[in-house]
Design a protein around this ligand. Structure first.
Ligand code: BTN
Length: 265
């Protein structure tokens, strides 16, 4: 049985990420919630919290995130010198870091669904939740980037409706351990955080390349008219740029909305 602990992750990191404090819990409600509490209490940046399972995992827009044993539940606390309005950049960086880690560990080609989901074969493999709080000058006092990834095939008896929507590394034929994956993601993220401004353009270019909604027709969840928008891409802050049915261009901020691809008949 794989050892999964802070020591096991540290061993996989070898000498890298020495500035990071690593914490591990067998079970918690949500690693993002725990790390946010620590951030508010003054915990330094470069703190990573990993849990073997979560009882109240959270996703974007107030959704819950099913987090049974067998997944990667990793939250990273940073204190970036980044304006709050630019914190979606951390989601972009995290998404690209996870895709790079999966490419090197498993040779897996991952696609990105704006803004925070990673997909393989049309099914969701990983979700990212970035939460941040402003300092008086408008920069982020802290930001917590939470990554949830299905490694083992999840038992979906409690949520059978997810069976056709989600996938796992196991189902994709990739047998990487949780400690090795946590270490690989942290190593990539640490490399980017060392020079956020410098690494962002390349990360955004990779993000754009892997985005599968570009060119597709989408609707906005909650839009009563369910208008069809054509996705043109993302702008430099990773807001979604779409063409509305009347031909005008609109920029959609990730904080407020979620989009769904319109299936072709
Ligand atoms: C989403 O699918 O909308 C994002 C899901 C993010 C889940 C991760 S798991 C680790 C961290 N803790 C949480 O409660 N959420 C994030």
């Amino acid at each position: 049985m794989e050892e999964y602990s802070a020591q096991a992750i540290r061993a996989c990191l070898e000498s890298s990420c020495a500035d990071w404090q690593l914490e591990f819990l067998e079970e918690t409600d949500s690693t993002n919630t725990r790390l946010k509490e620590q951030a508010k209490a003054g915990c330094p940046g470069q703190t990573a919290l990993c849990a073997a399972r979560q009882t109240a995992g959270r996703g974007r827009l107030g959704r819950s995130f099913l987090s049974p044993e067998g997944g990667l539940y990793l939250s990273l606390l940073v204190r970036p010198r980044l304006h709050l309005s630019r914190c979606t950049r951390l989601t972009v960086i995290a998404a690209v870091c996870v895709t790079r880690a999966l490419q090197s560990l498993c040779g897996l080609e991952v696609q990105i669904k704006w803004v925070n989901d990673l997909y393989v074969g049309g099914k969701k493999l990983c979700g990212i939740l970035t939460e941040a709080s402003p300092a008086p000058d408008g920069t982020a006092d802290w930001a917590v980037v939470g990554i949830g990834l299905n490694i083992a095939r999840p038992n979906l008896s409690a949520a059978p409706e997810l069976a056709d929507l989600v996938t796992s590394l196991e189902e994709q034929g990739c047998t990487v351990g949780r400690a090795a994956l946590a270490a690989a993601v942290l190593r990539e993220f640490d490399r980017c955080c060392a020079d956020l401004a410098g690494c962002y353009p390349a990360a955004l270019a990779e993000y754009r390349q892997r985005m599968f909604l570009t060119g597709q027709t989408v609707t906005i969840l909650g839009d009563p008219a369910q208008l069809p928008y054509t996705v043109l891409g993302v702008d430099d802050n990773a807001a979604l740029v779409v063409r509305a049915p009347d031909g005008t261009t609109r920029v959609l901020q990730s904080g407020e909305i979620s989009v769904r691809a319109v299936r072709k008949r």
